[in-house]
Design a protein around this ligand. Sequence first.
Ligand code: RB5
Length: 144
Amino acid sequence: MRIVIGSDHAGFALKEQIKQYLIGLGVDIHDVGVFSEASADYPDIAREAATLIAASNGSAQGILICGTGVGVSITANRVPHIRAALASDPVTARLSRDHNNANVLCMGSRIVGIELAKGIVDAFLQTPFSGDSRHQRRIDKIEE
Ligand code: RB5
Protein backbone atom coordinates (compact mmCIF):
# COMPACT_ATOMS: atom_id res chain seq x y z
CA MET A 1 0.00 0.00 0.00
CA ARG A 2 1.41 3.36 -1.05
CA ILE A 3 0.81 6.30 1.28
CA VAL A 4 0.25 9.70 -0.32
CA ILE A 5 1.12 12.33 2.27
CA GLY A 6 0.62 16.07 2.15
CA SER A 7 0.15 19.19 4.22
CA ASP A 8 -0.13 22.95 4.11
CA HIS A 9 2.42 25.19 5.83
CA ALA A 10 0.78 24.70 9.24
CA GLY A 11 1.11 20.95 8.93
CA PHE A 12 4.56 20.88 7.35
CA ALA A 13 6.61 20.09 10.45
CA LEU A 14 4.29 17.27 11.58
CA LYS A 15 4.08 15.94 8.02
CA GLU A 16 7.88 15.70 7.89
CA GLN A 17 7.98 13.86 11.22
CA ILE A 18 5.28 11.40 10.18
CA LYS A 19 6.98 10.88 6.82
CA GLN A 20 10.29 9.99 8.50
CA TYR A 21 8.47 7.69 10.92
CA LEU A 22 6.79 5.83 8.06
CA ILE A 23 9.97 5.65 5.97
CA GLY A 24 11.61 4.06 9.01
CA LEU A 25 8.88 1.42 8.97
CA GLY A 26 9.55 0.72 5.30
CA VAL A 27 6.32 2.31 4.05
CA ASP A 28 6.18 3.41 0.39
CA ILE A 29 5.62 7.20 0.57
CA HIS A 30 4.58 9.69 -2.10
CA ASP A 31 4.98 13.21 -0.68
CA VAL A 32 2.93 15.79 -2.60
CA GLY A 33 4.21 18.66 -0.43
CA VAL A 34 4.41 21.25 0.83
CA PHE A 35 8.15 21.33 1.21
CA SER A 36 8.60 24.41 3.41
CA GLU A 37 6.70 26.54 5.91
CA ALA A 38 5.94 29.18 3.29
CA SER A 39 2.23 29.99 3.29
CA ALA A 40 0.24 27.54 1.18
CA ASP A 41 -3.45 26.90 0.54
CA TYR A 42 -4.61 23.55 1.95
CA PRO A 43 -7.18 22.93 -0.84
CA ASP A 44 -4.40 22.72 -3.44
CA ILE A 45 -2.48 19.95 -1.64
CA ALA A 46 -5.57 18.10 -0.44
CA ARG A 47 -7.11 18.02 -3.92
CA GLU A 48 -3.86 16.77 -5.50
CA ALA A 49 -3.45 14.00 -2.93
CA ALA A 50 -7.10 12.96 -3.01
CA THR A 51 -7.15 12.80 -6.79
CA LEU A 52 -4.12 10.47 -6.79
CA ILE A 53 -5.70 8.23 -4.15
CA ALA A 54 -9.06 8.08 -5.94
CA ALA A 55 -7.29 7.08 -9.17
CA SER A 56 -5.21 4.36 -7.47
CA ASN A 57 -7.96 1.72 -7.44
CA GLY A 58 -7.33 0.97 -3.80
CA SER A 59 -3.56 0.75 -4.01
CA ALA A 60 -3.00 4.02 -2.13
CA GLN A 61 -4.22 5.66 1.05
CA GLY A 62 -3.58 9.19 2.24
CA ILE A 63 -2.44 11.19 5.23
CA LEU A 64 -3.26 14.90 5.11
CA ILE A 65 -2.31 17.48 7.71
CA CYS A 66 -3.22 21.13 8.19
CA GLY A 67 -3.57 23.25 11.33
CA THR A 68 -6.77 21.60 12.50
CA GLY A 69 -7.23 18.87 9.90
CA VAL A 70 -10.60 20.40 9.08
CA GLY A 71 -9.67 22.15 5.84
CA VAL A 72 -7.91 19.15 4.30
CA SER A 73 -10.75 16.81 5.30
CA ILE A 74 -13.45 19.05 3.80
CA THR A 75 -11.47 19.33 0.58
CA ALA A 76 -10.56 15.65 0.26
CA ASN A 77 -14.16 14.58 0.79
CA ARG A 78 -15.22 16.62 -2.27
CA VAL A 79 -13.28 14.19 -4.49
CA PRO A 80 -15.41 11.19 -5.59
CA HIS A 81 -14.49 7.86 -3.97
CA ILE A 82 -12.59 9.58 -1.15
CA ARG A 83 -13.61 8.83 2.41
CA ALA A 84 -11.48 11.13 4.53
CA ALA A 85 -11.58 10.78 8.31
CA LEU A 86 -10.47 13.55 10.64
CA ALA A 87 -9.03 11.86 13.72
CA SER A 88 -7.46 13.21 16.88
CA ASP A 89 -7.33 9.85 18.65
CA PRO A 90 -6.46 6.26 17.72
CA VAL A 91 -9.97 4.92 18.38
CA THR A 92 -11.53 7.20 15.77
CA ALA A 93 -8.75 6.28 13.33
CA ARG A 94 -9.31 2.56 13.91
CA LEU A 95 -13.07 2.76 13.56
CA SER A 96 -12.80 4.93 10.45
CA ARG A 97 -11.11 1.94 8.80
CA ASP A 98 -13.19 -0.82 10.41
CA HIS A 99 -16.61 0.81 9.78
CA ASN A 100 -16.10 3.43 7.06
CA ASN A 101 -13.24 1.97 5.02
CA ALA A 102 -11.69 5.44 5.15
CA ASN A 103 -8.94 5.90 2.59
CA VAL A 104 -7.58 9.21 3.88
CA LEU A 105 -6.53 10.12 7.42
CA CYS A 106 -6.61 13.82 8.31
CA MET A 107 -4.94 15.31 11.37
CA GLY A 108 -4.37 18.74 12.84
CA SER A 109 -0.84 19.78 13.73
CA ARG A 110 -2.25 22.31 16.20
CA ILE A 111 -4.34 19.60 17.82
CA VAL A 112 -2.11 16.52 18.16
CA GLY A 113 1.56 16.12 19.05
CA ILE A 114 3.94 13.77 17.32
CA GLU A 115 3.58 10.81 19.71
CA LEU A 116 -0.22 10.91 19.57
CA ALA A 117 -0.05 11.37 15.79
CA LYS A 118 2.10 8.24 15.46
CA GLY A 119 -0.49 6.28 17.43
CA ILE A 120 -3.27 7.61 15.21
CA VAL A 121 -1.32 6.71 12.07
CA ASP A 122 -0.53 3.22 13.40
CA ALA A 123 -4.21 2.59 14.18
CA PHE A 124 -5.27 3.80 10.73
CA LEU A 125 -2.68 1.83 8.76
CA GLN A 126 -2.95 -1.38 10.76
CA THR A 127 -6.75 -1.70 10.73
CA PRO A 128 -8.48 -3.42 7.80
CA PHE A 129 -12.05 -2.70 6.73
CA SER A 130 -14.26 -5.20 8.52
CA GLY A 131 -16.14 -6.09 5.34
CA ASP A 132 -19.31 -6.33 7.39
CA SER A 133 -22.36 -6.12 5.12
CA ARG A 134 -24.07 -3.38 7.12
CA HIS A 135 -20.98 -1.20 6.91
CA GLN A 136 -20.59 -1.93 3.19
CA ARG A 137 -24.26 -1.03 2.59
CA ARG A 138 -23.71 2.37 4.20
CA ILE A 139 -20.54 3.00 2.21
CA ASP A 140 -22.42 2.08 -0.98
CA LYS A 141 -24.98 4.75 -0.09
CA ILE A 142 -22.19 7.32 0.15
CA GLU A 143 -21.01 6.30 -3.32
CA GLU A 144 -24.57 6.66 -4.67
C1 RB5 B 1 -3.81 27.78 8.24
O1 RB5 B 1 -3.55 28.85 9.09
C2 RB5 B 1 -5.03 27.01 8.71
O2 RB5 B 1 -6.18 27.75 8.50
C3 RB5 B 1 -5.10 25.67 8.04
O3 RB5 B 1 -3.93 24.96 8.28
C4 RB5 B 1 -6.21 24.73 8.50
O4 RB5 B 1 -6.22 24.63 9.90
C5 RB5 B 1 -7.53 24.96 7.95
O5 RB5 B 1 -8.47 24.16 8.15
